[in-house]
Design a binder for this molecule. Structure first.
Ligand code: AMP
Length: 446
């Protein structure tokens, strides 16, 4: 199937051609016809599957057909990063259409607030908003949603988790009763289903590989002590001249500490909630332009970033929520690209990783720690009886082959070497033994 079967308006098809979109992804194949038919829709699709285009393209086509320039579509997203990303995709597709969109999100300074208000006065066919900021604009009478025909909720599960349910219901009260409502979510827990019953009307349902990580991602993990993690990250990053890597840590303290440990030898930036919006945008755009090669962040970046060509995602800390794993890993292998995801699992996080394996429906390949690092903890998928190994507080332990364990590591951060040794990180140089479950590339079924 190719995009021509949707019979989009020529100017939209031109935009698709310009962006190099040839074939629809499975979620696009299923969702676009339903949205074109004006039906309400609940779609379960993870990031990286092309879900954004799945709802943007049919809506743009309808706006184009109608020829109207009033506010037509409201897209709600949980984070400003995601709102900006959606807005950018709209601008790409709508390049030849003369349709405009406005991102509306909180957190910026007074200048951003003024810009958003002015943009709304000028008018646009599409508004992409985070719920909190939109409520503020509605309360101030700065935006009128009477002409709205489509409401789209993106990452609905994350919006629920962030406590936006009431805000969304309040926003819905401002909308015309007769409208098309589309809800996209990476997961479909009962609370989403119950919520959707309040705002959707006889929706069609589509599901693409719930809880599965995107195809094309090679996933593996290391069983490590916390004290080994920094050296292991340095080792992995030194295996190849990476152009785009994201490292996820669980807290902003871990992000900051890892940033300090890596900043001397690597081209790295930290992204966390203590940064001003302007700084966040600067870092994100530097990362997108490949001016910064490695981005360390909390889950704040796991959903709202769309950078094509991320080669490697490292979970420096095992995510507590298995669904966060799917989102983090979804940062790589976007659409038909290949990517790699490596997770560090410390003894107390082993049970979390088992839950992740259960959600994604596969056993992930374990890597041997590279030569120079002492043995890591034994990884077990069985429920724990004791509370873990006794020597977990030992010092970092990179050591030379054949030498005694060094009490102080002499381990200079390395510059990323030229790519003469582009061995995959799943089997780092020096790792002679195959992984615990064999060096297979993971196959993810739908
Ligand atoms: P999403 O799941 O919406 O975050 O999209 C993931 C990435 O895939 C984005 O970079 C899109 O631009 C890209 N993409 C989406 N659909 C297609 C397609 N049909 N062909 C090629 N790339 C696509």
């Amino acid at each position: 199937m190719d995009f021509s079967s949707f019979k989009f308006e020529p100017a939209l098809q031109e935009g698709l051609d310009a962006m190099g979109f040839e074939q629809p992804t499975p979620i696009q194949e299923k969702a676009i016809p339903v949205i074109l038919e004006e039906k309400d829709l609940i779609a379960c699709a993870q990031t990286g599957t092309g879900k954004t285009a799945a709802f943007i393209l049919p809506v743009l086509n309808k706006i184009c057909e109608s020829g109207s320039s009033t506010l037509n579509t409201l897209i709600l997203a949980p984070t400003r990063e995601l709102a900006i990303q959606i807005d950018q995709q709209i601008q790409g597709f709508a390049y030849f259409l003369g349709i405009s969109s406005i991102p509306v999100y909180g957190g910026g300074d007074g200048v951003v607030w003024e810009q958003q208000k002015r943009a709304l006065e000028t008018g646009a066919e599409i508004v992409v908003a985070t719920p909190g900021r939109l409520i503020a604009l509605l309360a101030g009478g700065k935006i009128n949603l009477d002409t709205l025909q489509h409401l789209i909720l993106d990452e609905a599960d994350r919006m629920m988790d962030m406590g936006f349910s009431d805000d969304i219901l309040k926003i819905v009260n401002y909308l015309p009763k007769k409208r098309q409502t589309i809800l996209f979510s990476a997961t479909m827990p009962p609370k989403i289903r119950q919520f959707s019953m309040k705002i959707l009307h006889q929706p069609e349902e589509i599901s693409i590989a719930i809880g599965k990580t995107a195809e094309g991602v090679t996933q593996s993990f290391y069983s490590v002590y916390d004290t080994q993690k920094v050296d292991l990250v340095k080792h992995i990053l030194s295996q190849k001249a990476y152009e785009a890597v994201i490292i996820f840590a669980s807290t902003k303290e871990n992000v900051k500490n890892l940033f300090k440990a890596l900043k001397r030898g690597f081209d790295v930036e930290a992204f966390h909630s203590d940064l001003e919006q302007v700084e966040r945008e600067k870092i994100m755009s530097a990362f997108k332009n490949k001016a910064v090669k490695i981005l360390i962040g909390t889950d704040i970046i796991s959903r709202g970033i769309d950078v094509v060509g991320i080669e490697l995602v490292i979970n420096y800390d095992t995510p507590s929520d298995p669904e966060d794993y799917v989102h983090r890993v979804g940062r790589t292998a976007r659409a038909d690209k290949e990517g790699e995801a490596i997770t560090f699992v410390n003894p107390k996080d082993q049970y979390k990783f088992v839950r992740i394996e259960n959600l994604i429906g596969m056993e992930v390949t374990q890597n041997e720690l590279p030569e120079g690092l002492e043995a890591g903890p034994v990884y077990s998928r069985e429920p724990k009886k004791s509370s873990g190994p006794k020597n977990k507080n030992r010092k970092p332990n990179f050591k030379k082959k054949g030498s005694k364990p060094a009490s102080k590591p002499h381990h200079k951060p390395k510059q990323a070497p030229p790519a003469q040794n582009p061995s995959p990180q799943t089997k780092p140089a020096g790792s002679k033994k195959p992984g615990r479950f064999g060096p297979r590339k993971n196959v993810v079924e739908e």
